[in-house]
Design a protein around this ligand. Structure first.
Ligand code: GLC
Length: 730
C-alpha cells in the first residue's frame, strides 16, 4: 500500500506519471546491487578536473569518467548544471546505452533565479506575497533547463534569529508561518512544470541549521523539541505538503546527532510525522563530515554509510562513500537490501514524478519559445521593487522630486556581484542592474562619486563634499558586499565599517538631504544611520534588474510596500533577536531595579519584524476579534478599518498576531497568524478581515500537540510591536 501512496502523493505535484509503481517495482527487481547503489550516488557533472573527454555517439564531448559511470549505471544524479547539450548527451547514454534505462537528474543551486536573478530570498520574503514567491519559483522552473538542470536545491526554509549567520540571506527570515508560506509557494512555482523540462525542488536544510549557536555557520544546534517543532519544523511541513520532491538534510548536529545520520529526524519526523514521499539528498559531503575527526559518528567510512542508510539518507552528494562502501556492506549483511530498495524506490518515484521516462530530454526549441528574457527582467524588477523596505523617511526626503539633482555616492553602485547577492549561479540577464543605469533610465539628473569603499581605507571627504555641494540631495550607499553573506560567511560584527560611518558623518555635515540605500544580505546594526540619514531604503541584494528597481522606488514610480521578516538590532549584543520571544518574569523597563533588559542599551529591535514604511500613511480603527463556528471548525475572526491617510495610493500589509496567555509551557508574546495586503487610494478606507482557524493556534509540547485554550490576546495591526490589544477566550 505504501508504494502506491508514494506514487499518488508524488503525482499531486502535477507531474505526468509515465510508468506505474508496479513497473518501478519490476525495474528494481531487475537491477543488480551495483546498479541500485548507483542510483544512490550523486557526483559532479564536470567529472575529474582536467580529466579526458569522450565523444558520444553524436559527437558531443563529455567528461569521459562521468559518461562511463552513467553508461555503467553507477550514478543516479549529477550536481552542477552542465548545459543543454551535455544534459541531453548524458541522458542519451543513460536511456540508450546503460543496461537498465533510468534517466538522470541534474541538480544545481538556482536559489533566486538563473540567468535572471530575483532578489535574494531574505529580500523576497519582504514581499509578504505568495504570488511573488511562486512567480520567482516559476522563473527558476523556466530558466533552469536552459542551463541543463532539472533540479534545484531550493527553497531554503531555515528559520534564523541571528544575522551573524551569513545564510540568513538565503532564507525567509524568522517566522515559521511566513517561512512556510514562502517555501510552499516557491515549491509550487519550481515544480509548476512551466519549463522545457519539469524541475524538482529541494527544501533545505533539514533541519534547524539556522539555529547554529552564536550564528557561527555549521555550528552546534541545541534546542528543546518544543522549539524545534513550533519554530524550525513548520516551514518544512509546509514544503512537504506543497509536494516538494526532495529534501536536503543539514550539516549541523541537532541535539548532538548530525542531521545526515539522524534517524529520529530523517525517519521519525520526516517520513512518519511529515509523511514525506520523495527522496533525501545529503548536503555536500554531509555524510563524510560525520567521520572521526569531524562529527565523530563512526570510526570508518563503512560505519558512516551504515548509519546514514539506517537513518534514511537516500542519496550521497559528492562524498563518494555510498559508491565506495555500500555494495560490500550489503554483501556482508550490514546494510539490509530492503534499505537500498527503499532509497532506490524513493529516487525512481521522484524521477517518475518528473515524467523523465516519458521525456528525459530538454527540448531546445521549447526552451527558445519559452524564455523571454526581457519579460523576465521586467518581472525581476517589479519583484525587487516590491521587496524594498523603507525603514525611515523624514523631511519629505523620498520620493525624489522631479528634476532634482542627485549626488550618488558610495560603494556597490556598479558592483553587479553585490547587487545580485549570494548564490547567484549566473548574472546574465542584466537590465538596468547598476544604480547609475537605473537612475539614468528613470531620467534622474545625477553624478556618481564612489567616495568610500565598503570596508577599506578612508572616506574621500573632499570628493564627497564637492559632490554634495553640486546636488540637491545625496543618495548614499551603505551595507555589505553581496558576497559577504551566504554560506560560510558568519561574522562577529554587523555594524557599518568605520569608513562608512566616516562617510556618513562627512555627508551629514554637508546638511544636504541624505537618502541612504542599503545593499546587504543580512540585517545590520545601523543606529548611526537611523539617527543621521533622513531616509533609509533597504534594497537588499535586488538582483539583475536591481538598479532599475531601486530607481523606481526612489523616484516614487513604485510605492515601497516591503515589510521585514527578520529584526534589525541596535547592537550585535542583543543577538539572538526575534519578535516571537517568550515573556520573562521581570519588567523590561530599565528603571526597575531587577529588570530583564540591558543597562547599556535597548533590548528591543531597531526595526522590528513586520515593520516597513511607504509613501502613503495608514490609520487603523475599529479593531475587533470574535470566535466563530463550533468545535474543530472554530475560527478567530480579526477585523479592522484601515484608512490611507496619505496623499498617494499605497499598499498596507495588515498583520494578525495572537498570544496564548497561559500554556503548559510559556508561550510567545506574539505569533504571526496571517496577513492581508490591501491597496488603498488616498483617503480610502477598507474593512480588512483575517480569519485564523483555532486549530492553527495550538502548539507542540515536545511530541504532543496542545490545542489553544484559555485566555488569549490578538492584534490586527501594521507590525509585530504595534496595535490595539484585543482579548478573547478559547
Ligand atoms: C552547499 C550548501 C547547500 C547547497 C549544496 C550544493 O554546501 O550547504 O545549500 O545546495 O552545497 O551546492
Amino acid at each position: 500500500m505504501k508504494k502506491m501512496v508514494c506514487a499518488a502523493a508524488l503525482a499531486t505535484c502535477g507531474a505526468a506519471m509515465a510508468i506505474t509503481d508496479a513497473e518501478i517495482e519490476k525495474l528494481i527487481g531487475e537491477m543488480t546491487l551495483e546498479e541500485k547503489v548507483g542510483q544512490l550516488v550523486q557526483l559532479g557533472s564536470a567529472g575529474k578536473e582536467g580529466g579526458p573527454l569522450s565523444q558520444d555517439a553524436t559527437g558531443v564531448a563529455l567528461p569521459a569518467d562521468v559518461a562511463e559511470m552513467v553508461r555503467k549505471g553507477e550514478v543516479g544524479s549529477l550536481i552542477g548544471a552542465c548545459g543543454v547539450t551535455n544534459f541531453n548527451a548524458f541522458q542519451r547514454i543513460a536511456m540508450n546505452e546503460a543496461r537498465v534505462k533510468i534517466p538522470l537528474m541534474v541538480g544545481h543551486d538556482m536559489i533566486h533565479g538563473v540567468m535572471t536573478q530575483a532578489p535574494i530570498p531574505l529580500a523576497l520574503a519582504c514581499a509578504w506575497d505568495e504570488k511573488t514567491w511562486q512567480d520567482c519559483g516559476r522563473l527558476i522552473a523556466v530558466e533552469s533547463p536552459a542551463k541543463g538542470c532539472n533540479w534545484t536545491f531550493t527553497p531554503m526554509v531555515d528559520m534564523c534569529r541571528d544575522p551573524r549567520w551569513g545564510r540568513i540571506a538565503e532564507g525567509p527570515g524568522q517566522d515559521p508561518y511566513l517561512g512556510g508560506k514562502m517555501g510552499a509557494a516557491m515549491v509550487k512555482g519550481i515544480q509548476s512544470k512551466a519549463g522545457a523540462l519539469p524541475v524538482a525542488a529541494c527544501i533545505k536544510h533539514f533541519a534547524a541549521y539556522g539555529g547554529a549557536e552564536a550564528g557561527r555557520d555549521y555550528n552546534t544546534v541545541e534546542m528543546s523539541e518544543s522549539t524545534f517543532r513550533n519554530v524550525y519544523l513548520p516551514p518544512f511541513k509546509a514544503g512537504v505538503e506543497a509536494g516538494a520532491l526532495t529534501v536536503m538534510p543539514a550539516f549541523n548536529t541537532l541535539n548532538g546527532v548530525p542531521c545526515s545520520v539522524n534517524k529520529w529526524l530523517l525517519t521519525d519526523i520526516l517520513r512518519d510525522h511529515l509523511a514525506f514521499k520523495g527522496f533525501t539528498i545529503s548536503d555536500w559531503c554531509g555524510v563524510s563530515e560525520c567521520e572521526l575527526d569531524h562529527h565523530g559518528m563512526a570510526e570508518t567510512h563503512a560505519g558512516l554509510v551504515e548509519l546514514a542508510m539506517d537513518a534514511g539518507m537516500d542519496q550521497d552528494m559528492m562524498a563518494g562513500l555510498y559508491r565506495k562502501e555500500l555494495v560490500q556492506l550489503v554483501k556482508d549483511g550490514k546494510v539490509p537490501m530492503a534499505q537500498v530498495d527503499r532509497s532506490v524506490r524513493n529516487i525512481l518515484q521522484v524521477k517518475n514524478a518528473l515524467g523523465l521516462w516519458e521525456n528525459p530530454y530538454i527540448d531546445e526549441a521549447k526552451l527558445k519559445a519559452q524564455i523571454d528574457l526581457a519579460a523576465h527582467a521586467r518581472q525581476a524588477r517589479a519583484i525587487a521593487a516590491k521587496c524594498c523596505v523603507l525603514l525611515k523617511n523624514e523631511k519629505d526626503a523620498l520620493p525624489l522630486k522631479p528634476g532634482v539633482k542627485v549626488a550618488l555616492v558610495g560603494p556597490g553602485a556598479e558592483d553587479c556581484v553585490s547587487i545580485s547577492g549570494t548564490w547567484s549561479a549566473y548574472i546574465e540577464n542584466k537590465f538596468e542592474m547598476t544604480l547609475p543605469e537605473g537612475l539614468r533610465g528613470a531620467g534622474v539628473t545625477f553624478t556618481y562619486t564612489p567616495g568610500y569603499d565598503w570596508q577599506k581605507g578612508r572616506a574621500d571627504a573632499k570628493a564627497l563634499k564637492a559632490a554634495a555641494k553640486e546636488a540637491d540631495v545625496v543618495v548614499a550607499l551603505f551595507g555589505q558586499k553581496g558576497t559577504d553573506s551566504g554560506e560560510g560567511w558568519s561574522v562577529l560584527d554587523i555594524t557599518l565599517p568605520k569608513v562608512q560611518l566616516e562617510a556618513l558623518n562627512v555627508l551629514k555635515r554637508t546638511k544636504k538631504p541624505l537618502v541612504a540605500v542599503l545593499i546587504n544580505g543580512r540585517p545590520l546594526a545601523i543606529p548611526e544611520l537611523a539617527e543621521k540619514a533622513d531616509a533609509i531604503l533597504e534594497a537588499w541584494c535586488p538582483g539583475t534588474s536591481g538598479g532599475g528597481a531601486i530607481a523606481d522606488v526612489l523616484t516614487g514610480k513604485v510605492n515601497p510596500e516591503g515589510r521585514l521578516t527578520t529584526e534589525f538590532p541596535v547592537s550585535v549584543g542583543q543577538l539572538p533577536l526575534y519578535y516571537n520571544r517568550l515573556r520573562t518574569g521581570r519588567p523590561s523597563d530599565v528603571s526597575a531595579p531587577y529588570c530583564s533588559c540591558y543597562r547599556d542599551g535597548p533590548h528591543q529591535a531597531l526595526y522590528p519584524f513586520g515593520y516597513g514604511l511607504g509613501y502613503a500613511t495608514f490609520a487603523y480603527a475599529n479593531e475587533l476579534v470574535k470566535v466563530e463556528g463550533e468545535g474543530n471548525q472554530r475560527k478567530v475572526v480579526l477585523s479592522c478599518d484601515v484608512t490611507n491617510t496619505g496623499k498617494v495610493a499605497g499598499v498596507e500589509t495588515v498583520q494578525a498576531y495572537t498570544r496564548q496567555m497561559v500554556g503548559v509551557e510559556s508561550r510567545p508574546i506574539r505569533e504571526l497568524r496571517g496577513w492581508q495586503k490591501v491597496a488603498l487610494a488616498p483617503g480610502e478606507t477598507k474593512c480588512v478581515t483575517i480569519e485564523v482557524p483555532v486549530a492553527q493556534l495550538g502548539y507542540w509540547l515536545k511530541d504532543r500537540f496542545v490545542p489553544a485554550a484559555g485566555p488569549m490576546r490578538a492584534w490586527i495591526t501594521r507590525d509585530s510591536v504595534s496595535g490595539k490589544t484585543l482579548e478573547f477566550r478559547l
